[in-house]
Ligand binder design. Structure first.
Ligand code: NAD
Length: 454
């Protein structure tokens, strides 16, 4: 029997589906079909492409609840989050559709002629998505790539192929041409790697772990294949003594517990200025203890299970027995449960304080002054996101500029909006997604000079 992916419900460990894994030959066939579909798509009138993408958005909008329920089943996301995620796919498609007719080149003054640039599609794009936000991250690549005139082959993560497969069906229902958007579930080293190595794939958009991202980048280098990488994070949440401490403490739990901490932007290093350190912990503890952890399909649940047994074992390995910590609760019995955990009195160089745990675990560390806060914030190979809490506008700007990260927020924890750029400094990634330039990332600039000499 051919290789099949086991999709488990992370809240119950029950088998949800068995999904055939695509082979290297199937990738080859998909690339040929995608290339043919892309030529027709790129030649279509921009208004027609925009209209079809809007229709795709409308069909997704009509299936928000179904997609969200599927996400709860295969990824254990809370139903509220899952609805937001499905809505985000719709929003990304609408936003990208608005760019199709605005994707224009430039006219640059030159002597002796006319110089114009064209933004041409790249061809076939391989999107390799992770399991932590299966729908939004797939759409971050899918929507702008299609809008810019490309075809897309999406390889979802092994554990979460179902929403991706459903999105491909909805695309067809909306009238998106056959084979323009294909989903190939499969294993990273087989299906994902086949896309990376395929000469017919012009660009890889990868979101996942830093080690796999590095391997993919090295392989893309062989062909100078375009690559965008969204990798890990270990983001700081810096609380200065002059901050609105109640607001900072109230916001801190969900800033690292949302999606059970399986979020590359999770604020897992809480840095608190020494004079308010004890008070902040007193305010934080009830918030952690009160987080409602349980059945993700229930409306009131704030935090569900981890994605898999592997992830549960990994998260456990970071938290020593008897560690000094503030802990929340988690259900017993089947499911991949781990309670909200904030480690206090932790060595700032310990693995839990420097590595991406990707679970509901944060550390809290004291600092003396602004200089030390910035030094601690930057003492990581990552540079994805971060937050700072202060009432001093000058400090907010100084620290925002000094922290080496792609997405910072002041007096809030917001990182990701589809219309603002997103991406990492240092080993958190390469390139930017979303935002006003999202479509341009899926084009090649061609410069043409036309002589006006007689
Ligand atoms: P991963 O990097 O192995 O998987 C991400 C995607 O890459 C999946 O679709 C996977 O099938 C694919 N992949 C794996 N190996 C590949 C290869 N050799 N070639 C091509 N594609 C390949 O991540 P994981 O093992 O699922 O998670 C491990 C850790 O990665 C997590 O604990 C977390 O720290 C990190 N992670 C980060 C993000 C993020 O959003 N930055 C997402 C998922 C995981």
């Amino acid at each position: 029997m051919s290789d099949a992916l086991e999709v488990l419900n992370p809240a119950t460990e029950e088998l949800v589906a068995l999904v055939p894994a695509a082979t290297r030959d199937e990738v080859d066939e998909a690339v040929v079909r995608a290339a043919a579909a892309q030529r027709g798509w790129a030649a279509a009138a921009p208004a027609d492409r925009a209209r079809l993408l809007r229709r795709f958005a409308a069909v997704v909008n009509g299936h928000i609840e179904e997609l969200a329920r599927l996400e709860v089943q295969e990824a254990g996301h809370t139903i509220g989050n899952a609805r937001w995620e499905a809505g985000n796919v719709r929003d990304l498609l609408e936003f990208a559709a608005g760019g199709v007719e605005r994707l224009s080149g430039r006219q640059i003054p030159v002597p002796g002629g006319l110089d114009i640039t064209f933004l041409e599609p790249l061809g076939v794009i391989g999107v390799i998505a992770p399991w932590n936000f299966p729908m939004p991250i797939a759409a971050w690549g899918l929507a702008p790539a299609l809008a810019a005139g490309n075809a897309v082959i999406l390889k979802p993560a092994e554990t979460t192929p179902l929403t991706a497969l459903r999105l491909a069906e909805l695309a067809l229902e909306a009238g998106i041409p056959e084979y323009l958007f294909q989903v190939l579930p499969g294993r990273g080293p087989v299906t994902g790697n086949a896309l990376v190595e395929h000469p017919g794939v012009a660009k890889i958009v990868f979101t996942g772990s830093t080690p796999v991202g590095k391997q993919i980048m090295a392989k893309c280098a062989d062909r100078v294949k375009r690559v965008t990488l969204e990798l890990g994070g270990k983001s700081p949440n810096i609380v200065f003594a002059d901050a609105d401490l109640d607001a900072a403490a109230a916001a801190a739990p969900m800033a690292f517990l949302d999606n059970t901490g399986q979020d590359c932007c999770a604020r897992t290093r809480i840095l608190v200025q020494r004079p308010v350190y004890d008070r902040f912990l007193d305010l934080l503890a009830p918030g952690i203890e009160a987080v409602r952890v349980g059945d993700p399909s229930e409306e009131k649940t704030q935090m569900g299970p981890l994605i898999s047994r592997t992830q549960l074992d990994r998260v456990r390995s970071y938290v020593p027995d008897g560690a000094e910590a503030i802990r929340g609760t988690a259900p017993d019995g089947p499911g991949f449960w781990f309670p909200p955990t904030v480690l206090t009195g932790c060595d700032p160089t310990a693995p839990v304080a420097t590595e991406e745990v990707f679970g509901p675990v944060a550390v809290v560390l004291p600092f003396e002054d602004e200089e030390e806060a910035v030094r601690l914030a930057n003492a990581t190979e990552y540079g994805l996101s971060g937050s700072l809490w202060t009432r001093d506008v000058g400090r907010a700007i100084r620290v925002s500029r000094a922290v080496a990260a792609g997405n910072l927020s002041v007096n809030s924890h917001s990182s990701v909006r589809y219309w603002t750029p997103f991406g990492g400094y240092k080993q958190s990634g390469l390139g930017r997604e979303l935002g006003p330039d999202a479509l341009t990332a899926f084009t090649e600039t061609k410069n043409v000079f036309i002589s006006t000499e007689d």
